[in-house]
Design a protein around this ligand. Structure first.
Ligand code: NAG
Ligand code: NAG
Ligand code: NAG
Ligand code: NAG
Ligand code: NAG
Ligand code: NAG
Length: 602
């Protein structure tokens, strides 16, 4: 596969100083105890159990990946690099923005037990709560937090009905020696996208964070940071709608901030937002999977405001030496499942990436959705009503598959496909189910996905979808409009003919238990007779790769954005790319910076 990120990381960018700040810093250099502080903030987020290095698609590196330098991160390299980054710095803090859980066999197998040990070994100073930390319920999350040697902060969870959890997570932590406080917060959608259970609820982070900023300021703390698991655009919104916050270290949206030439680019590092007082609030994040480590030097003045900064995310490349002791531990844990992990299931004729999965059909999406549909259609079950010819055949016909793009967690490289890769793609242990749904229900769900919100419950849809047996179009420039958002919705019948969906007809839909419980707010929570339970999603994918032996990536335009079908529109879109806001950026922020992210860079 093509090496996408061959560029060298920019380790040191020139210090951005205004004339006034430069003068202030000179004064600072002359007298050392006037209340100024220089701090290095080193940070990761959404590492998702990449204890071993992973390639650009997020799966374990092959020999080719290693030879070509397409192999990043890994706990043992993190340890070395973090030690190097801390060296010679007077004050540094190592922070993690949540979602250490899920993603590889290290999580599937050890359920967070080894995650805590790795974080303790690397020496994190603080972490927050990611939504995936709740995936196996509050007791697994609690065991993880109890095993951590660093504090866990999150200010917008109501723990009043769960005093045990309340002991493990606090709203903020004060690093007394530095006079620095850090407030945590998490996406308020957590109950819709994970399994935190009925004893906790998630509140508006802006309200919660401002409350604790005020409390800290009342107690004389001036240097106030936040550690977020709420995503880049909501972090910018929180920065703009609060006062008193110096820096937000983020996670959740897997945003690469930094070099605009990097194809992953979503914004500048740091992104500087004017807060309610007109002061700067910096926002940073460091992509995902441990591919980068964020590294930001900041200077606080005597009023606790950040007046100078310097930094860039550092790509964790092959060339970083692995810490031998930690590498040995990781290898030991890995040995437990290595033989199973390396089982070869089949072959990928080319690489499957995740490009476009959040706006159209994509290579991995088509693979996963088609595999689920074909699996269910060809599953041999006991003779039944539809088995008229007496053969050991199949069950109710399955019309379509709908899965959430957010549930497809990695791509697949060209070459052998292993059990480990498939579990990395579908790590959640979701069950595949088949359920009857009316055409109108399907139309409402498709509409909600495109509009970004269900028009009946008002809930925000938190993932795009990937489909099989179904095709439709939409116009991305009309997402904000009222009325219908999807065009030409068609379903492929048993004779392979595309037919317009009929609102009153009942279709058999293959999806996951996660979505049927209302996950991502795509469907209404559905529990109805006629639901057929199949195997787990990873098992379904394993079986399908074994069966077809060679899998081939392709796109067929089953979900197409008609706004970008013409070459002209596409060119315009590309030209806009560098200035575009990430999805969800609040309108008032766009008005504040009419030239887009470019203006934040300046
Ligand atoms: C703090 O950082 C600034 C900017 O890099 C530098 O000029 C100053 O000397 C540093 N102060 C201390 C006490 O290290
Ligand atoms: C994780 O640790 C707990 C507590 O020490 C233990 O009971 C459990 O068996 C461990 N689980 C695994 C999968 O290692
Ligand atoms: C792919 O798997 C086959 C069968 O297990 C094995 O013989 C071959 O060496 C593998 N190729 C690579 C590049 O690992
Ligand atoms: C939606 O946004 C587009 C441009 O992005 C604009 O042309 C259109 O008028 C908007 N529609 C509504 C209903 O606000
Ligand atoms: C929601 O949108 C769908 C699709 O456009 C429409 O059929 C339905 O009437 C709408 N429902 C409400 C409550 O507005
Ligand atoms: C679904 O409905 C059945 C029968 O109505 C009920 O027994 C079952 O507990 C329900 N399951 C869930 C998860 O609500």
């Amino acid at each position: 596969m093509k090496i996408r990120y061959a560029m060298r990381p920019t380790r040191f960018v020139p210090l951005i100083l205004t004339a006034t700040v430069a003068v202030l810093l000179q004064t600072q250099a002359q007298s050392s105890d006037n209340g100024w502080l220089n701090l290095t903030v080193i940070h990761t987020n959404d590492v998702h159990s990449r204890l071993d290095p992973a390639n650009a698609l997020g799966v374990a590196c092959s020999a080719d990946d290693i030879a070509q330098g397409n192999c990043y991160g890994g706990a043992a390299r993190h340890k070395t690099l973090i030690q190097q980054l801390r060296q010679g710095k007077q004050h540094s803090l190592l922070l993690d923005g949540g979602d250490e859980f899920q993603g590889t066999l290290f999580y599937t197998y050890y359920k967070g037990n080894v995650t805590a040990e790795v974080m303790n070994d690397i020496g994190y100073d603080l972490t927050t709560v990611g939504n995936h930390e709740w995936d196996d319920g509050p007791s697994i999350a609690a065991r993880f937090w109890a095993n951590l040697k660093m504090p866990v902060v999150c200010a917008n969870i109501d723990f009043s009905k769960n005093p045990e959890l309340a002991k493990l997570v606090k709203p903020y932590h004060i690093f007394e020696d530095l006079g620095v406080a850090i407030i945590g917060y998490i996406t308020p959608t957590t109950a819709d996208i994970s399994s935190p259970g009925p004893t906790v609820s998630f509140t508006n982070p802006i309200v919660a964070v401002q409350k604790y900023i005020d409390e800290l300021q009342t107690n004389g703390i001036k240097r106030i940071l936040a550690l977020s698991h709420n995503g880049y655009a909501p972090d910018m919104e929180l920065a703009a709608k609060t006062r008193g916050l110096d820096l937000i270290v983020g996670g959740h949206s897997h945003s690469y901030l930094g070099d605009p030439k990097n194809p992953l680019y979503q914004g500048p590092y740091p992104t500087v937002i004017k807060n309610l007082d007109g002061d700067n609030t910096l926002v940073v994040q460091a992509y995902c999977w441990g591919q980068f480590i964020g590294n930001l030097d900041v200077s606080f003045n005597a009023e606790g405001k950040i007046v100078a900064w310097n930094g860039a995310p550092v790509q964790v490349e092959n060339t970083v030496a692995a810490d031998p002791a930690l590498a040995k531990k990781v290898d030991g844990w890995r040995n437990e499942f290595e033989a199973w992990a390396q089982t070869v299931l089949g072959h990928a004729s080319d690489s499957f990436d995740l490009v476009g999965c959040r706006s159209r059909d994509c290579l991995m999406g088509n693979f996963v959705a088609d595999a689920m549909l074909n699996y269910v259609r060809n599953k041999v079950t006991k003779p039944g009503r539809d088995n008229k010819h007496g053969k050991p055949s199949i069950q109710p016909w399955a019309d379509i598959t709908i899965v959430n793009s957010g549930g497809i967690r990695a791509g697949l490289p060209k070459g052998n496909v292993t059990v480990e890769q498939i579990i990395t793609v579908a790590p959640f242990g979701s069950n595949v189910l088949q359920i009857p749904m009316e055409g109108q229900e399907l139309l409402d769900s498709l509409d909600a996905v495109i509009a970004g919100r269900r028009n009946d419950t008002g809930k925000v849809v938190t993932s795009f979808i990937q489909v099989s047996g179904l095709r439709f179009g939409y116009d991305s420039t009309m997402r904000n409009s009222t009325g219908k958002h999807v065009l030409k919705v068609e379903i492929r019948d048993r004779n392979k003919k595309w037919r317009k969906i009929s609102p009153h007809k009942t279709y058999s839909v293959v999806t996951t238990d996660f979505l049927l419980k209302g996950g991502d707010n795509i469907f209404l929570s559905l529990n109805r007779t006629g639901t057929i339970q199949h195997e787990k999603q990873d098992q379904v994918l394993v079986e399908m790769v074994k069966k077809v032996k060679v899998i081939r990536p392709f796109l067929d335009g089953r979900i197409r954005d008609v706004a970008s079908t013409t070459a002209v529109k596409r060119a315009e879109e590309e030209a806009r790319y560098a200035t575009e806001w990430p999805a969800g950026m609040p309108e008032h922020m766009k008005r504040m910076y009419p030239l887009g992210t470019r203006q934040l860079r300046e």
